[in-house]
Design a binder for this molecule. Structure first.
Ligand code: FFO
Ligand code: ATP
Length: 200
């Protein structure tokens, strides 16, 4: 069955939008990325959502994504519980779970070379009553209506549906913002987006 699309006139495909935003992100220098990452981290730390959250579900950044290692270390130092995503299951039936880490060294290269948490007893994040838990979402492209595209796995869309009570904030460089993204009914928008220029 074809997915139901809320498709405007002349709207570009998700694939094209991803490609454009990723190409723009790749043009940032390491220095620019680092400086922008620091500003994003500072904005986030100042937010009520971050300060109130006891549990933070955060992607472990890889390649040229908005860096999250300072955030992870800071949150651990402050005594927050930090969980990172892991892709589990065989092709065709992959799902995303989160596992608690106590130290960034507990992350090891996993799915597609992304750093993932080691699976240990008692570390699994349970979706259910998740009020005040904070999900920090990665993404490839965003727009000002807070539409979001990831790498195309649908992992965050599926996970966020199960973690209804949690607050969703996406981390994004300014250059990843496009005019208007296509959206499917299953896409879940973050409640806020933070870039190096501030909040959307
Ligand atoms: N740092 C980080 N961790 C994360 C995510 C993320 O976006 N960033 N994810 C967010 O979901 C999940 C991993 N999702 C991924 C989904 C697809 C591909 C990927 O490489 N896809 C192939 C082609 C896919 C296709 O054929 O459609 C590619 O891009 O070449 C990578 C990661 C969980 N962990
Ligand atoms: N809750 C869901 N139930 C069933 N299928 C879904 C759900 N969410 C997304 N999908 C499907 O998964 C596929 C990939 O979705 P999409 O292109 O939106 O991923 P993405 O948002 O880029 O990736 P991610 O969420 O992993 O960052 C699409 O075919 C979409 O219809």
């Amino acid at each position: 069955m074809a997915p139901s699309l809320i498709w405007g006139k002349n709207m570009r495909s998700k694939k094209e939008c991803r490609k454009e935003a990723l190409a723009r992100r790749a043009l940032m220098s390491a220095k620019e990325r680092e400086a922008a990452g620091r500003r994003i981290t500072d904005f986030l730390r100042d937010s009520e959502e971050y300060q109130l959250a006891e549990k933070i579900l955060v992607y472990a950044s890889y390649r040229d994504e908005v860096p999250t290692y300072d955030l992870i270390e800071g949150a651990l130092r402050e005594g927050k519980q930090v969980f990172c995503p892991k892709i589990e299951g065989q092709a065709g039936a992959r799902t995303m779970s989160f596992y608690r880490i106590m130290d960034p060294e507990e992350l090891q290269d996993g799915f597609q070379g992304i750093p993932e948490p080691v699976v240990l007893q008692g570390r699994h994040y349970e979706t259910g009553k998740n009020s005040r838990d904070l999900i920090l979402m990665p993404g490839t492209a965003f727009d000002r209506q807070r539409r979001r595209l990831g790498y195309g796995g649908g992992f965050y869309d599926r996970f966020c549906r199960r973690a209804q009570g949690a607050v969703r904030i996406a981390l994004c460089f300014d250059c990843q913002l496009l005019e208007e993204l296509p959206e499917e009914e299953t896409d879940i928008r973050p409640e806020r987006i933070v870039t190096e220029s501030g909040w959307i």
